[in-house]
Design a protein around this ligand. Structure first.
Ligand code: CP3
Length: 357
């Protein structure tokens, strides 16, 4: 009798992916690199697909397109991580608030102003609505090679609430800040609803194959100290705790943009494994005070990436010299801007990879 020899399990020596090693506290040299908004309009191949679709949300909810667009920057530059192509505003969309992406204007939502408005939101159809996003994650998990980590993400409750209440992002946030002061209980219900939805959404992403998740708190920097505690740290901590109960091995990266000195409270109180620094954070301070508590991710100026040249090289080297001897993920301080020349991204990735400090 002839036996076909079948290995009962495929044994490759798989070292954990560099991004995951760093998020578990290891120093990896050179550090892993990925860039916020690495998929997007600065790439001609993205613009070609975008031109063929009706609107941005159609891209997000069509797994064939979302997978392709996620992989585009990896084909060019081979970053150490892919980030799911989606948007933080799929949560309000899935809760039943109307969300539109206007060309050249950014997102516009029907603003939510009262307890009655909140009462109209429903999470009953959340997962059905977001099923295409989970399908995108599932397909990406199969596509990626053994060195490339898959990052899932969501907006943090405060930042998602900013868009839901203000109707857009780039305002002075007067309405939401006054609501939070005048009726913390009523406003708190919106934040609680978002905590629930975000835990559920990120858990499904993880079950579909996301290996790490990032919480984007883009507008954390407009909060006063106490409000930061209440609307940024507390909901983030709740999300991290609940995710950890369900998925203990999956690291969380927090990005409280503009938090300044409050980055210290954020990293010591939320339980995140890694922290995204915006461009304004002083490097030596962060290396001394924050890096001993968690992995650092950041924080090259996205406008310097758009500028390029020797100044870009020097800033890359400086970041590597200051953060590269501890747990560090090379990234920007905010997303790539659309007029960034793609060759600058290549130059950045090559320079990080060549580092042997
Ligand atoms: O490559 C990646 O980073 C993954 C995809 C991703 C997008 N949005 C795609 C996108 C991620 C992680 C986000 C997060 C996001 N979305 C944030 C947090 C991070 C940040 O930048 O502060 C915020 C605040 C949003 C909300 C949002 N979506 C805005 C304000 C805009 C308009 C601004 C813009 O750049 O056009 C979007 C649209 C959007 N999200 C685009 C992309 C690629 C551009 C849409 C287009 O092609 O027309």
């Amino acid at each position: 009798m002839v036996f076909a020899i079948q290995p009962f399990c495929k044994r490759e020596t798989i070292l954990p992916k560099t991004l995951l090693r760093v998020l578990s506290g290891e120093t990896v040299s050179p550090p892993p690199v990925w860039l916020m908004r690495q998929a997007g309009r600065y790439l001609p191949e993205y613009r070609a697909i975008r031109a063929k679709t009706k609107n941005f949300l159609e891209m997000v909810y069509t797994p064939d397109i979302a997978v392709e667009v996620t992989l585009q920057p990896l084909r060019r530059y081979g970053m150490d991580a892919a980030i799911l192509f989606s948007d933080i505003l799929v949560i309000p969309d899935a809760l039943g608030q109307s969300v539109a992406f206007m060309q050249g204007e950014g997102p516009v939502l029907e603003p939510l102003r009262t307890a009655t408005d909140i009462g109209r939101l429903t999470s009953a159809g959340l997962h059905e609505h977001l099923a295409p996003v989970y399908e995108t994650v599932r397909r990406l998990a199969k596509e990626l090679d053994s060195n490339t980590a898959l990052i899932g993400f969501a907006g943090a409750p405060w930042t998602v609430a900013v868009y839901m209440v203000e109707g857009r992002g780039g305002t002075d946030h007067a309405t939401i800040r006054r609501w939070a002061y005048s009726d913390p209980v009523g406003f708190g219900r919106l934040i609680e609803l978002l905590v629930e939805a975000t835990v559920a959404y990120l858990s499904y992403q993880i079950e579909a194959g996301a290996e790490a998740v990032q919480l984007f708190d883009t507008w954390a920097g407009v909060l006063s100290e106490q409000q930061f505690q209440q609307w940024c740290i507390a909901p983030t901590k709740a999300i991290v705790e609940r995710l950890r109960e369900k998925h203990p091995g999956v690291p969380v990266i927090g990005f409280p943009r503009g938090a300044g000195a409050l980055y210290v409270d954020y990293i010591s109180n939320t339980g995140v494994n890694g922290i995204g620094l915006d461009t304004g954070v002083p490097l030596s301070w962060a290396a001394q005070v924050l890096q001993p508590q968690g992995a650092i991710q950041g924080n090259l100026d996205n406008q310097l990436l758009a500028t390029g040249g020797n100044a870009l090289d020097a800033a890359v080297d400086r970041l590597l010299a200051i953060f590269g001897h501890g747990p560090f993920i090379f990234n920007l301080g905010h997303g790539i801007v659309p007029d960034t020349p793609p060759e600058h991204v290549a130059r950045l990735v090559e320079r990080v990879r060549a580092w042997n400090g």
